[in-house]
Design a protein around this ligand. Structure first.
Ligand SMILES: [Mg+2]
Length: 225
């Protein structure tokens, strides 16, 4: 049975140590010309939604091509601040080992399912040296759709094109830290492995409907995948 693992990035594989929200703010200001001191709620949400709601917070009505520009500026900013992000942020405990362990198993394909725009997702994973375990060309990103569950069939279709195998709800696994990851799996068509390394507790993830909840990725290789 061929399986597809779809990794969430923020608070699942890595933490930026606050660099992420600073980069968002700087890129937003650079693109819109408006100074901001707050942004919309980010947890588990896709970047298009965070961006749109932050525009709303500041009554900016006609975004034009702001989001497209924002995506480029944001990724460039992550790259420029890679050393700082390494200092302040981290790959989460067990992340590298889990990626490596799955990469060595036959019949498993690994990529990402993230609300991040693709260029920023790649920049972050490169900063922490995690890209070579993942096939990032077949991932699904916040630049593909603003609704997270819609990203599941996008990733499945790309993986099928790459490998020739079909991926169903039974053979696709999202690994993520928020209720939005749980919802994406349920509505989008995947199993969920939740990991309580973000702001959402084990109990909250269970209550959201995750059957498998880990306290950290150190436990992930014990899963019967
Ligand atoms: Mg996350």
């Amino acid at each position: 049975m061929h399986k597809l693992i779809l990794w969430d990035i923020d608070h699942t594989l890595i933490e930026t140590g606050g660099v992420g929200s600073e980069v968002f703010k700087d890129a937003f200001e650079q693109v819109t010309g408006r100074k901001i001191d707050r942004l919309a709620d980010v947890t588990g949400r896709t970047e298009q939604v965070i961006f749109r709601e932050t525009l709303d917070l500041y009554d900016i009505e006609d975004p034009g091509d702001y989001f497209e520009k924002f995506v480029q500026v944001q990724a460039a900013s992550y790259r420029a601040r890679a050393d700082e992000m390494c200092q302040r942020g981290r790959a989460l405990p067990g992340a590298r080992e889990a990626l490596q362990a799955f990469a060595e198993l036959p019949d498993i394909t690994q990529t990402v399912l993230t609300g991040n725009p693709k260029p920023s997702a790649i920049a972050k994973l490169e900063t922490f040296g995690l890209v070579h375990y993942l096939d990032l060309e077949i991932g699904a990103y916040g630049t593909d759709d603003s609704i997270r569950p819609n990203l599941v069939p996008i990733a499945q279709a790309r993986a099928t094109t790459r490998t020739g195998h079909t991926y169903t709800r039974e053979t696709t696994y999202i690994i993520g830290d928020t209720k939005s990851d749980v919802e994406a799996a349920h509505k989008g068509g995947a199993q969920i492995v939740a990991v309580a390394t973000g702001d959402t507790t084990v109990k909250q993830l269970r209550d959201a409907g995750a059957l498998q909840v880990l306290s950290s990725l150190r436990e992930v290789t014990e899963l019967p995948l």
